[in-house]
Design a protein around this ligand. Structure first.
Ligand code: ZN
Length: 434
């Protein structure tokens, strides 16, 4: 029994075509039954852990939660672990290797080809999976074109290991608003987005991106942040309302959703008015906009850790506003919780080095007022809903896809335990084992 499960793991860890092999095996033979013996279980519902549960996995699905393993099942011993639903990071950049300063960012776009960046992205995809993120929403390639659709394809085809992906491809912003900036006028430099001006041009770009595989349309709705005397974080809105409405209308007409980078007053307000589906970062959100977000089901993806991480570097570069923004962010986060806004876990990984475990976001959310259980649900149940995948992902229950992770210890007592994921199963295939 033990030997068989080890063999399965060996195949899975052999990187190459693990999930492809699993899919093929599923078609040709009766589905294999695996039992995960969990010391504790956080199924995504409620605030408590269930003790000594067996998760029965058949093929790529959860078949049952039982008190013992069925005869003939391969048992994987996680009796010293807490099992949880596979984690979901709803804001990543696998084509980026950290950009604390403008120089970090410019160097990647100027000195690395999209092909080289794609190779690095395959490593980041594997890292994400090994950290326990079985699904991610990757929110634009930062100048690497449509490379995210290729990484997604390689994962889906079992060529490389990585999380299930929803991708945003190139993102949209207006002329003069997004890096690379500051070069001589006659020097042509790459940009981290597709530049669009005017509603028709914006609409055409949405059509292009969707035709090339975008699952989401990402817009940058504001830039250039400053704290007003009354403490409100102010910004320059990038798009006109006509442009933003055209983008949202075109995306929704094509049954796609819109993610809006909006960090401050006007960017958030315009995005909410235009009808976007998710607000990214949202360091400052007015109470009236929080109320509208709660009423319309617009998700808030706060990405707290990255703000803390880049603040000192950006302050040293001459932008001390990034330090003040942390305090403003905490106040907004607490008001959002009170207003009943759906808060989904997102990290902006890639904005910081992928060698840093993005699960540090859990501690940031708890520091800002969530319980550990609420923070974990933001990365499971709520994030699955954001992806529109709540029927198949986000909780551990019969019928759902077998995305399961485990940590050594009790994450409800100490949420930093979430940074120690040592078992990862995605769609019934084991990628990591303690
Ligand atoms: Zn981002």
């Amino acid at each position: 029994m033990h030997k068989v499960s080890c063999a399965v793991i060996a195949i899975s860890l052999a990187v190459g075509n693990a999930s492809l092999a699993a899919q093929t095996a599923e078609k040709t033979a009766a589905p294999k039954v695996v039992a995960l013996r969990c010391g504790s279980l956080f199924d995504g519902h409620g605030d408590t852990l269930r003790k000594n549960a067996f998760l029965i996995i058949e093929g790529n699905k959860i078949k049952d939660i039982a008190a013992s393993a069925p005869a003939g099942a391969d048992v994987i011993d996680l009796s010293h672990e807490t099992c949880l639903p596979g984690l979901i990071d709803t804001h990543t950049h696998i084509l980026l290797q950290g950009d604390v300063t403008a120089a970090d960012y410019d160097a990647q776009l100027l000195k690395q080809s999209p092909e080289y960046r794609s190779i690095l992205a395959t490593v980041n995809a594997r890292r994400a999976l090994e950290y326990g993120f079985t699904s991610i929403r990757d929110l634009e390639t930062e100048g690497a074109g449509y490379a995210d659709t290729d990484v997604k394809k390689a994962i889906n085809n079992g060529v490389i290991p990585g999380p299930r992906m929803q991708v945003a491809t190139r993102a949209l912003d207006v002329t003069g608003a997004y890096p690379l900036q500051g070069y001589a006028p006659d020097v042509t430099v790459p940009h981290g987005v597709q530049l669009v001006d005017g509603p028709d041009n914006a609409r055409q770009a949405v059509r292009e991106q969707i035709s090339h595989g975008a699952d989401w349309i990402k817009v940058y709705s504001d830039r250039s942040y400053r704290v007003r005397e009354d403490g409100i974080l102010d910004d320059i809105p990038t798009f006109t309302m006509d442009e933003l409405r055209a983008i949202v209308d075109e995306a929704h007409r094509e049954r796609h959703k819109v993610a809006s980078h909006a960090m401050a007053l006007n960017g958030v307000h315009n995005s909410v008015e235009a009808g976007v589906d998710t607000i990214e970062h949202g360091n400052y959100i007015a109470d009236t906009d929080l109320k509208a977000m709660a009423a319309r089901g617009i998700f808030y993806v706060p990405t707290i850790f990255v703000g803390e991480y880049v603040a000192q570097g950006r302050a040293a570069e001459g932008a001390p506003v990034w330090v003040k923004m942390i305090q403003i962010h905490e106040d907004t986060f607490r008001r959002a919780m009170k207003a009943g806004v759906k808060i989904a876990f997102g990290t902006d990984a890639g904005g910081f080095d992928w060698k840093i475990n993005p699960a540090r976001e859990f501690s940031s959310m708890v520091k800002f007022g969530m319980t550990p259980a609420q923070a974990i649900r933001s990365a499971t149940v709520t994030a699955a809903e954001l992806l529109g995948a709540q029927d198949s992902l986000g909780t551990i229950e019969p019928g759902k896809v077998a995305d399961i992770v485990a940590v050594p210890g009790d994450p409800l007592a100490d949420v930093t335990t979430m940074e120690k994921v040592d078992f990862v199963m995605k769609a019934g295939v084991v990628y990591r084992k303690p």
